[in-house]
Design a protein around this ligand. Structure first.
Ligand SMILES: [Zn+2]
Length: 272
């Protein structure tokens, strides 16, 4: 078996601009270290000894908060502020942003409003240009950018209005992993979105949104899914059957959310 040791990070994804197969790589200490698509059908293992390091400052921690942060980084960094979960509460304009410089490049820039099908169709937002990465992270099978807004507050308010009117902003991760997709058409939802938004918000909708289809490396999708946690299963070996979203899917119907274990120091092994 080959082996790599390091602090886990969310998997890196590469998607062709016009859609196609998502290429995954295992990321440790902030950089891609191992292409994973080639390991489908092979045995992989991990071993975790109880060490976690904050993905921002590297501090050794007993328990991660958010996704891989220590307490000080969780309380101080703008990327960990509540407004990242609730973009409609962006408080940059009030002058209270934790890190205005960070926000200048992450929040005060073009933001995409999109529809994605990962099981049912959902509404979502992401930084302009980041949509392919976001869709791959969510395991979307097809998606389209329907609007481009000038900043995070504006797109957040639009998304809030849309989700409050009954269009889902959630992904069912179990259905997504089982590749259980609805065939709800995008067009009627786009019409609905237009009706929900104000005249001012409508100006940011695109005239001709383009649907992009993404595929994920797999031999077979699981029939049921059981989530693995490193705290409970520190040593594990199984055959990798598929990768979708931020999940590794094994022949045991067990699945591992890589991103949820950001900062965990593991040894990862694989057969040739
Ligand atoms: Zn930290």
């Amino acid at each position: 078996m080959n082996q790599l040791t390091g602090n886990l990070d969310k998997m890196n994804t590469l998607c062709p601009t016009n859609g196609g197969l998502v290429e995954y790589s295992l990321s440790m200490n902030g950089k891609g270290v191992l292409p994973l698509n080639a390991l489908i059908g092979k045995k992989v293992s991990w071993s975790y000894q109880g060490q976690i390091n904050c993905i921002h400052c590297g501090a050794s921690i007993k328990k991660a908060v958010g996704q891989g942060s220590c307490w000080p980084c969780f309380n101080n960094l703008a990327c960990n502020d509540l407004c990242i979960m609730k973009p409609e509460t962006c408080h940059y304009a009030k002058g209270t942003c934790r890190q205005p410089k960070w926000a200048d490049t992450h929040c005060m820039t073009d933001q995409a409003l999109y529809l994605a099908r990962s099981s049912g169709v959902k509404i979502g937002i992401t930084r302009g240009g980041n949509h392919l990465t976001r869709w791959a992270d969510q395991g979307a099978s097809e998606a389209l950018v329907i609007g481009l807004f000038p900043n995070r507050l504006d797109v957040g308010l639009a998304e809030k209005a849309i989700s409050s009117s009954g269009i889902s902003d959630r992904t069912s991760w179990q259905k997504m992993l089982k590749h259980d997709l609805t065939d709800t058409a995008f067009e009627p939802i786009m019409e609905q979105v237009k009706e929900i938004l104000s005249k001012e918000q409508q100006q940011y909708l695109l005239d001709e949104p383009k649907t992009i289809k993404l595929e994920y490396p797999h031999i077979e999708w699981p029939k049921k899914v059981k989530s693995l946690k490193l705290d409970k299963v520190p040593i594990y070996t199984a055959t990798l059957m598929a990768i979708k979203g931020q999940y590794l899917i094994f022949d045991t119907n067990e699945v591992f959310n890589v991103r949820a274990h950001s900062g965990y120091n593991i040894s990862f092994s694989w057969e040739d």
